[in-house]
Design a protein around this ligand. Structure first.
Ligand SMILES: CC(C)(COP(=O)(O)OP(=O)(O)OC[C@H]1O[C@@H](n2cnc3c(N)ncnc32)[C@H](O)[C@@H]1OP(=O)(O)O)[C@@H](O)C(=O)NCCC(=O)NCCS
Length: 235
């Protein structure tokens, strides 16, 4: 795969190497392969259980949310290889779009569980004061292309597109690592009060999730939080 010559390239050079477009059904296997290779390895929470098989969950999730038409990929114009992926879906207040009970892997359950805890703790629905919002499920960039603006560009192309302005105008996501939080804040996302979850305090069925010495060490002092944005206030 080709990669950016360096992260300081001008916008025009960068733009001539990759393009972004909506994900369609024919892309699902490629997107699942990208996400299982890189997102599930490098996203902070999913990466804590590297031997978990998240493929079935990813296929199910993608098939379920693709119809929302809000999943975007960035591809290398020459090779058509996937450079990055941003997957969002519309989440109504009263309906579970991605039913928790359908998830198979422990890693994915924890990833979703963190969001559930943060939504509950923060009185999320009261704060946003809307009956639906756009949930960002995954933002992932191929390792060869990281730190070159692809993640930011995917987000800009998706969030500030004409299409999105006709749908829900609240965007929100669980941000699980310091650098993705940085991208979010740079794009205008703000903190959801009371949504911070300290990993070491998370329990599941009455038992601490990060209980082994290895897990404790990896999550020591770390936390995740919901960031959100109201497009109406910034467009
Ligand atoms: C998070 C991710 C999507 C960012 O994509 P990207 O294309 O590298 O992002 P950008 O180049 O647009 O911006 C990245 C910013 O984060 C910083 N950053 C990126 N990777 C980093 C890393 N490993 N450690 C520290 N900072 C990092 C960059 O310095 C940059 O900030 P700056 O412009 O102020 O210097 C990508 O690193 C990734 O796929 N990570 C694994 C999956 C993941 O964690 N997704 C987010 C889950 S909430």
């Amino acid at each position: 795969m080709s990669s950016p010559a360096n992260s300081q390239e001008s916008d025009s050079t960068f733009n001539s190497k990759i393009r972004t477009r909506r994900i369609i059904s024919d892309d699902i296997s490629k997107v699942v392969s990208h996400l299982s290779s890189y997102f599930c390895r490098d996203e902070f929470t999913l990466g804590l259980w590297p031997s978990d098989d998240v493929l079935v969950d990813l296929e199910w999730i993608l098939e379920k949310i693709i119809s929302h038409g809000l999943c975007t990929l960035a591809e290398d114009i020459e090779t058509l290889e996937i450079v990055g992926v941003l997957c969002c879906y519309i989440q109504p207040m009263d309906k579970e779009i991605l039913a928790f009970s359908k998830l198979k892997s422990y890693a994915m359950k924890i990833n979703f569980g963190l969001n559930t805890v943060a939504v509950k703790n923060s009185n999320f629905w009261e704060v946003i004061n809307e009956s639906q919002y756009l949930h960002v499920f995954a933002l992932s960039v191929h390792p060869d292309w990281r730190n070159a603006g692809v993640g930011t560009r995917l987000a800009k192309d998706a969030f500030f597109s004409d299409e999105i302005q006709t749908g829900p105008h609240i965007l929100a996501s669980m941000f699980t690592s310091p650098y993705s939080t940085k991208i979010g804040k740079r794009l205008g996302f703000k903190e959801m009060p009371e949504s911070v979850v300290k990993y070491e305090t998370l329990s599941w069925d009455g038992k601490l999730v990060f209980d082994s010495e290895d897990l404790k060490r990896q999550v020591d002092g770390k936390s995740c939080e919901i960031l959100w944005m109201d497009l109406n206030t910034i467009l």
